[in-house]
Design a protein around this ligand. Structure first.
Ligand code: PEP
Ligand code: MN
Length: 337
């Protein structure tokens, strides 16, 4: 950490800062210029980062050197992490495709969709049983009944299941059915929920909050890893900007950025990222070209009848075409599908 003092800071003030640095087990290196003094705090500065050194009237600026997250950082595992979702490896050479309806709407339609996804080559079945809807009057999901259908679809197709956990009170039923626990964008900073999934042993898909920075996403992941669960997959799903032509602004630059900052696998959700079905395939291809370890897309056999997110759902035939195109892009960037 570099601490820049204001011009004319007194010797007593400099001594006060040095004492504080040393009390955290760090060494202080002092550089005195003609105008101002700069102090370098050498060692693991994270504990010191908690102290608001800017609150001292003689401190001008504090520049951290270490990242505030530790277990989620690339330095922790330079080789990168591979997360095993019931045999499907996320973060390896293979690009992983998670697909399915926004919400589980019924038994037959879920089984029909799951089979179509399996036939097209999808790897993981998605579907929400508990839905975080903006309006309390919108379809809220089938709850436990939906989980039952997901378990049946898993049995029928062999596809592992990813589904959202919204509330710690539903953890035991969701954990019984899901192979990958989704934490939705709206709950990215629900710290109690993050600690709950951190204490348990199943992998977690952590979606970026719609108004969250990459740093906040990585700190949310740190909540999970610091409880002992390192099986975290990060998901870029678009952020809110001034642009309203699309549902969100899909931040694809976050993919190579997170890959540099963190060892955790990254997937991209262009369905929620764009909100428009005809933009989903191009952005899914771009995501893989940018280095994503996988994609998550919404698929519905009759989007016009969907109970949620119909406008962004791919028809099964469009999904099958996307799988073809994805395999070529994957190959072009040294990966497989
Ligand atoms: C979802 O994937 O079902 C979902 C609600 O997405 P998000 O949390 O990204 O809005
Ligand atoms: Mn949706």
């Amino acid at each position: 950490m570099i601490i820049v003092l204001k011009p004319h800071a007194t010797e007593a003030e400099i001594a006060q800062i040095i004492k504080m640095i040393e009390s955290f087990g760090l060494a202080a290196h002092i550089s005195k210029g003609t105008e101002r003094t700069i102090i370098g705090a050498i060692g693991d500065e994270r504990a010191l980062q908690e102290r608001p050194l800017e609150a001292f009237p003689f401190v001008e600026n504090v520049l951290p050197v270490l990242k505030p997250y530790k277990l989620a950082s690339r330095e922790f595992r330079p080789e990168g992490s591979v997360v095993n979702v019931d045999g499907v490896l996320v973060g390896g050479r293979r690009v992983v495709v998670m697909a399915g309806p926004c919400a589980v709407e019924g038994r037959e339609i879920l089984l029909e969709t799951a089979r179509l996804i399996k036939d097209a080559g999808g790897h993981i079945l998605r579907g929400g049983a508990y839905k975080p809807r903006t309006s309390p009057y919108s379809f809220q999901g089938l709850g436990e009944e939906g989980l039952k259908y997901l378990a049946e679809a898993r049995q029928d197709t062999g596809l592992p299941i990813v589904t959202e956990l919204m509330d710690t009170r539903e953890a035991s039923v969701v954990y019984e059915c899901a192979d990958l626990i989704q934490i939705g964008a709206r709950n990215m900073q629900n710290f109690k929920l993050l600690k709950e999934v951190g204490c348990r042993r199943k992998p977690v898909l952590l979606k970026r909050g719609m108004s969250s920075t990459v740093k906040e996403l990585l700190l949310a992941a740190e909540y999970i890893t610091s409880e002992g669960n390192y099986d975290v997959i990060l998901c870029e799903r678009g952020i809110r900007t001034f642009e309203d032509a699309t549902r969100n602004t899909l931040d694809l630059s976050a993919v190579p950025l997170i890959k540099r900052l963190s060892h955790l696998p990254v997937v991209v959700d262009p369905s929620h990222g764009t909100g428009k079905w005809d933009l989903v395939s191009p952005m899914a291809l771009a995501a893989v070209a940018a280095g994503a370890d996988g994609i998550m897309v919404e698929v519905h056999p009759r989007p016009e009848e969907a109970l949620s997110d119909g406008p962004q759902a791919l028809l099964p035939s469009t999904f099958a075409k996307l799988m073809d195109d994805l395999s070529r892009v994957a190959q072009a960037v040294g990966r497989t599908l």
